[in-house]
Design a protein around this ligand. Structure first.
Ligand code: SF4
Length: 289
């Protein structure tokens, strides 16, 4: 009779702080899947891992920073982006990744998001969007679809949600993609592309929260939720980001929507300051005497 070996190693153990396992995520939550896909996409990118930094905010997804065995920072609520911007500007050699949830990035951190994208700071943002504040009990988030129930909208949400790809594209992101937790290979490819893209890149990963959002909205759980994603997703590369709104129980348009080039914050800074201080002084950080 075969036995299940509970002491086996996971292929990603080398990149996880296994001493912190068991993790906090609920059974059926999609964050662990997105983390595994992220690590696979990161390894495929070929980036030197000692130059990769992970920054998270607060929330269920924010716990990622504590589980990844790379240089990582678990920052205050909504402040992952300014923290990450500081890291990148202080040490341009770093590949800075912000890995956080929709509430953290688009409510408390919403202003930071639009300005980091506007400046085209060279970093990658991976947003796990589960349409709610899971950790604090399922309150309505800036991404909660109209009519969806939450603990703060028990009769249905009546606030127009953000369309994350549209917000990112309109703010100036050079790479924007959206997938769900069932599109693991496509999500992995987008993560690798985003990591290798120069400039501000955003990947949105739609993910189930069966404990609060899913329960309040009577969504299927476990594999049935993955089936739901598969049956309700429409792959549409190059879709106009204005047309990828998510409606409660509606179709989810996924794909790569934006992949453009424009100068980064550091490129323009060097150009502007170089006129006054000289290109070499700007490159070395030296001050004009
Ligand atoms: Fe995941 Fe929701 Fe549980 Fe948070 S509360 S870990 S988002 S299932």
């Amino acid at each position: 009779m075969s036995r299940i070996n509970l002491n086996h190693k996971h292929p990603m153990d080398a990149y996880l702080r296994t001493d912190r396992i068991p993790h906090i995520w609920c059974p059926g939550c999609g964050i662990g899947t997105v983390l595994e896909v992220f690590l696979t996409g990161l390894l495929k990118s070929g980036l030197a891992l000692d130059k990769v930094v992970i920054v998270s905010g607060i929330g269920c997804t924010g716990r990622v920073a504590g589980y990844i065995k790379l240089d990582s920072f678990h920052t205050t609520h909504g402040r992952a982006l300014p923290f990450a911007t500081g890291l990148k500007l202080a040490n341009p050699e770093l590949k800075v990744v912000v890995f956080s949830g929709d509430g953290d990035l688009f409510s408390i951190g919403g202003n930071h998001f639009i300005h980091a994208a506007r400046r085209n700071v060279d970093m990658t943002v991976l947003c796990v969007n589960n349409f709610t504040y899971g950790m604090t009990g399922g309150q309505a988030a800036p991404t909660t679809p109209l009519t969806a129930r939450s603990t703060t909208s028990p009769y249905g949400n009546y606030e127009q949600p953000f369309n994350i790809p549209y917000l990112a594209a309109a703010s100036g992101a050079v790479y924007v993609a959206r997938w769900t937790a069932v599109h693991v290979r496509r999500l992995e490819t987008s993560i690798t592309e985003a990591l290798l893209k120069k400039g501000f890149s955003l990947v949105e990963a739609i993910s189930p929260c069966p404990t609060v959002y899913g329960r309040m909205n009577r969504q299927p759980t476990g594999l049935d939720h993955m089936k739901y994603y598969r049956e309700n997703s429409i792959i549409k590369h190059d879709a106009d980001p204005r047309e990828v709104d998510i409606e409660q129980n509606g179709k989810i348009i996924v794909g790569k929507f934006v992949d453009i080039e424009r100068p980064t914050f550091s490129d323009i800074q060097a150009q502007v300051l170089g006129k006054t201080f000289g290109a070499e002084a700007v490159a070395t950080g030296a001050k004009r005497k």
